[in-house]
Design a protein around this ligand. Sequence first.
Ligand SMILES: NC(=O)c1ccc[n+]([C@@H]2O[C@H](COP(=O)([O-])OP(=O)(O)OC[C@H]3O[C@@H](n4cnc5c(N)ncnc54)[C@H](O)[C@@H]3O)[C@@H](O)[C@H]2O)c1
Length: 452
Amino acid sequence: MKRQFFVLAAALVLAACTSYPKLETTVPYTIKNGTIILDEPQREPGQESALGMTCEPIDTVRVGFVGLGMRGGDAVRRYTYIEGVKITALCDLLPERVAQSNSYLESRGWPKAAEYSGEEGWKALCESDDVDLVYICTPWLLHTPVSLYAMEHGKHVACEVPSMMNIRDCWDIINTCEKTRRHFMMLENCCYDFYEMTALNMAQKGVFGEVYHVEGAYIHNLDPFWKAYQGNWRLEYNQKFRGDNYPTHGIGPVCQVLNIHRGDKMNVLVAMDTKPLHGAEVARENMGVEEFANGDHTVSLIRTEKGHQIEIHHNVYAARPYSRMYQLTGDKGFANKYPYPQFAVAPDPERFANREEFVALLQEYKHPIIAEYEAKAREVGGHGGMDYIMDSRLIHCLRGGLPLDQDVYDAAEWCCVNELSRISTEAGSMPVRVPDFTRGGWNVKDGLAFAE
Ligand SMILES: NC(=O)c1ccc[n+]([C@@H]2O[C@H](COP(=O)([O-])OP(=O)(O)OC[C@H]3O[C@@H](n4cnc5c(N)ncnc54)[C@H](O)[C@@H]3O)[C@@H](O)[C@H]2O)c1
């Protein structure tokens, strides 16, 4: 009797220890061996992988812009410097922003574009026969609905970061891309920055040996910007959600170095945040609210199939200088961009290259894409030129009928940190399995390559 009592008590203690918190997720989940596992939908019949997908070449790419605020307005400006495009449509919630961009086109000697406005003006733009590419620069929660509608209406999509806000968005975009065979590219401009492309080239040539630990971040005090976002969309989002909701500038460039879904894949993520401190203060002042979900500093750690490690930070509240970290640690060398770009390589990887050696490395390993676009990029600008290089590469690939530099799986992998980090923090930093968005295709391609 006594023995039975102890067995029952032990079973109850065990059950209490393994009772997990109830999580809010956008797709169903289970917990197995202490890891949260989100359901991964099967590929539907008639749907094929979009790895390396090519489409018919487009001689002159007709672009329609949706969202003409701080980012969209500048995208229109940059496109007036790109060969092989026509700007045929402009859309914003606010008609005056459409009129302003159209006046800009006129001032540059370009024909006026068709105008769309209002809450759902983007639907008519996506339905238009005069658009090949829908270029989306709206608030985050519109990214997925506009992208899906555009692809369903036969358009290629380029969408600002982060293109997908949760795991359900990721699968919806992937499924629609795989079904409609339309391109989907997230506009992850930091992948095209001069230092990052050089370091990528060095990594691909083996200068750092096997790169096994990488770091990336978005650390940017947004105090000067909070009030500039139309309708306060960004602070409202952060007020509601915990986790790293802006991971792609940090994770995109380092995933390219690690060949994610081109020979390696992310397996598991663990995240931890601090309490909301300055964020809560900003929300109190700007919105008059006491509740604020987003921690000031969120860190996500990811382990890959090959045993490599990715560390990603998010902090849009910090009283400190801007940083995307961008750090590569290999068994033969080291790269570090912030606060000062540096390399430490053979024969003396324990010492940073001096100025002369650093400049020589930049020159020796200049990425061919940088070499091609650098001069014009510095003239046109857009975050120092990387935006222009990104736009030029996208148009080059569409005109040539080439696979895009960043595919739909990159977008999902880089964006999924958003919901996965939220779930992990809400579950007390429990590990979460990273979905395989390629559904088994992650090892088909051998390394990242840029189509010529
Ligand atoms: N890649 C980068 O470096 C970078 C930099 C800044 C912003 N962004 C991204 O660009 C996007 C836009 O940011 P922003 O800073 O320009 O914000 P913003 O608030 O200045 O612009 C958003 C625009 O979308 C419009 N809009 C709102 N609802 C709409 C609707 N229903 N239909 C059409 N237009 C609508 C607004 O009127 C506004 O003009 C965000 O996704 C942001 O994360 C990326």
